[in-house]
Write a protein that binds this ligand. Sequence first.
Ligand code: ITT
Length: 197
Amino acid sequence: DSLVIATKNQGKAREYREMFAPYNIDVKTLADFSVPIKINENGATFLENATIKAQTVMAKLNVPVMADDSGLVVDALNGAPGVHSARYAGDHDDQANNKKLLCELSGVPTMKRTAHFHTTIVALKPDGAKLVANGRVDGRILTSPRGKNGFGYDPLFYVEKFDCSMAELTAEQKNSISHRGQALEEFLQHFAEWWNK
Ligand code: ITT
């Protein structure tokens, strides 16, 4: 079986491939299709954006589609970058985003650097059946980047449980605690019912 994930983000795609592997579900992403698909991701919430992505891609391909909208929510920044995480400082430029985040938080003490990653998954089938799942992981923003694994804001996100940054975790460790891992766990609890509906 294969499932299309409405993403252009290679970091996300890699994590879903890893997490779906034990279930024998082959993951396809937009990179596997030659049709160009323009997604107007202009929602105000993770749920709206995940729904827009899933709907747009399903309308083009007419197959079941799953979308992930995620981001980093920083308390001291009133929830920014939030739904704007991918384009906080530039267009999908992880380094520029991380630099801007450090700049915005300069002078903010450790105790006030609390943050969480959030993921909303929306899956849709052409018959209209919909499945939604959410996940989150709490941590805080470091004052300088650490680690080379993962993607996005991972080098700046401190995880208490492992006493290191998200980018210092192995893929397996990250998936076991991450927002995406949590959302996928909830998603999989209802997956069979949705898939066979
Ligand atoms: P698609 O819409 O094509 O899936 P995207 O990168 O635009 O890819 P989002 O709109 O969901 O996806 O933005 C997510 C951004 O949040 C992403 O670009 C990263 O900057 C950040 N992010 C999401 N998950 C992350 C993770 O696990 N680790 C670090 N940063 C993450």
